[in-house]
Design a protein around this ligand. Sequence first.
Ligand code: ZN
Length: 320
Amino acid sequence: MTPTRRTRYAPSPTGYLHLGHVAHMLYVWGAARAFGAEVIVRMEDHDRGRCRPEFEAAILEDMDWLGFVPANVLERRSPYRQSDCEDRYEAALERLKRQAHVYRCSCSRKQIAARVLPSADGELPYDGLCRNLESTKGGIRIELGGGAEFFLDGLLGEQSQDPSVQCGDLLLRDRSSQWTYQFAVTVDDLIQDVDLVVRGEDLLPSTGRQIRLGKLLGREQAALFVHHPLIRDDDGGKLSKKEASAPIRETRRKGVPPQQVLGSAAQRVGLTLGGAPQEREALLELTAKRLLETCTWSPDYSASNLTPSINKTPRTTKAT
Ligand SMILES: [Zn+2]
């Protein structure tokens, strides 16, 4: 089947792959299978201080070991990298300056924290202090305007997010001249024609602001979004930091086969019970089937056709 959509697997090369990344791979490749998408790999290395080439190499090697090597890595012999896109980000920033109020902000996080109360999900909504100061130093923010963005998440159903309440004027570039995650991924998804975004539920609050920013950048149609559960321990609780961050390559070194890592990731994310070793192919079939059964939109759904045709009630994936 020729893919009609494009999704991405976008790790940050700031460390080694762990079980949460493997569970995420199952969802990304499972969703690609369910909704007819190709997968591209993008290294989100916008944070130049923390990213290292050896982590990128290790991530690709671990992915290969698990059986996940997408076409763009094979064809180009490298993933897409944010650090290769500097000129595109500059061009996007220029476009935003023509579309909205973009200004310098020299406030530190600490200063903002002293002025505003954190929101329910722990964010510090920027209060706009520097909006009219015409400073020439500091980070760069954009006024996104008020009002909510609505979208239908594939697993979580109807969502409404107002960026002006959640985060206030969005930071595009920080005080050390690094592009922010929110800005870089929005530009990347637009330029790389990504129209299906599959990611963990922890990133759900980022979606409304990315949709809004995408519109300001001239994106005609928002991507479809699927936010999947995060990995849990045996009792359904949050994994300890040590357990959650244990590198896959250490498990590999002990001689554990990839099927066991895949089986464990599938169990931790609620796709299977028991955590028995599983073949990649069987798990992708299972994930695709589960997504098609529980998705709030039909496989041919597009964000411009806002008529969810099946399963209007939001559901989450359940283990069999
Ligand atoms: Zn400021």
